[in-house]
Design a protein around this ligand. Structure first.
Ligand SMILES: [Zn+2]
Length: 244
């Protein structure tokens, strides 16, 4: 078991990099640790192959400084809230005992995102129940563990955030992690992937969109660049001056 402060979960490898990598880098700067959990290998993705994406995902994790990157090998497009799936997610949560979990948006352009966002939030709750028994990867009984909070990262659709995180200093490193997924995001003629079908995220304009989105999310809080989150349970603050 590797204990981390934050566990970021995405249904597809690259959801985390696109949506909350800057936040993870910011908290690493503050001394917190984080791990990454992908639910599927993104095998239905139009471009690349699961093997390529797996290599890309590990390169991105290294770039970000994650303590680990794990994949639950659930079926892309068909992740459901059945018992076996929920137990797999609970086992992963109990294995790293995160204080905060970052999960997919509760509703988004890609239907997998909303489904997985709800599934992960539910699994965080069930993970705290004593009578759901699970064993770790070496067969040892796990302790119940409920993260203190689950926050849903805003990805594709323009959802109004409940709070934003300043990623101004970390945006370029985030984009280096995004660039690790060259099969998904690179349409340059020089790229080996340039002959693959184009998708809404494969062109250079998508990188401009990511920058514009970060600018837009940061604006109201007075940051140059930010990532946005939704919280089902609204967060509190003990000191108004802690709010920017
Ligand atoms: Zn996705």
């Amino acid at each position: 078991m590797i204990k981390v402060n934050i566990l970021a979960v995405g249904v597809h490898p690259d959801d985390i990099e696109l949506s909350c990598a800057g936040t993870l880098l910011r908290h690493a700067e503050l001394g917190y640790t984080f791990g990454l959990l992908d639910l599927t290998r993104g095998e239905l993705g139009t471009r690349g192959t699961p093997e390529i994406r797996s290599r890309e995902a590990f390169a991105a994790a290294e770039k970000l400084g994650a303590k680990f990157r794990e994949n639950l090998d659930l079926p892309d497009g068909f992740v459901t809230a059945d018992e076996a799936t929920v137990r797999k997610i609970i086992t992963a949560i109990r294995d790293c005992q995160p204080d905060i979990v970052l999960a997919n948006a509760l509703s988004d352009r890609h239907p997998d995102h909303g489904r997985s966002g709800r599934l992960v939030a539910d699994a965080c709750y069930y993970s705290g129940l004593l009578k759901i028994e699970t064993k770790d990867y070496s067969g040892v009984m796990q302790e119940p563990w409920r993260p203190e909070a689950v926050y849903h990262y805003i990805q594709d659709r323009n959802r109004a955030p409940d709070f934003v995180v300043d990623i101004t200093k970390h945006f370029s490193r985030k984009m280096e992690a995004v660039a690790c997924f060259a099969s998904q995001f690179n349409d340059d003629v020089a790229s080996v992937y340039s002959k693959e079908p184009t998708t809404p995220i494969s062109g250079r304009d998508f990188m401009e969109f990511l920058h514009a989105k970060a600018r837009s999310l940061g604006r109201e809080a007075g940051y140059d660049l930010a990532e946005g989150f939704n919280a089902v349970r609204y967060p509190g603050v003990g000191n108004l001056f802690d709010l920017d």
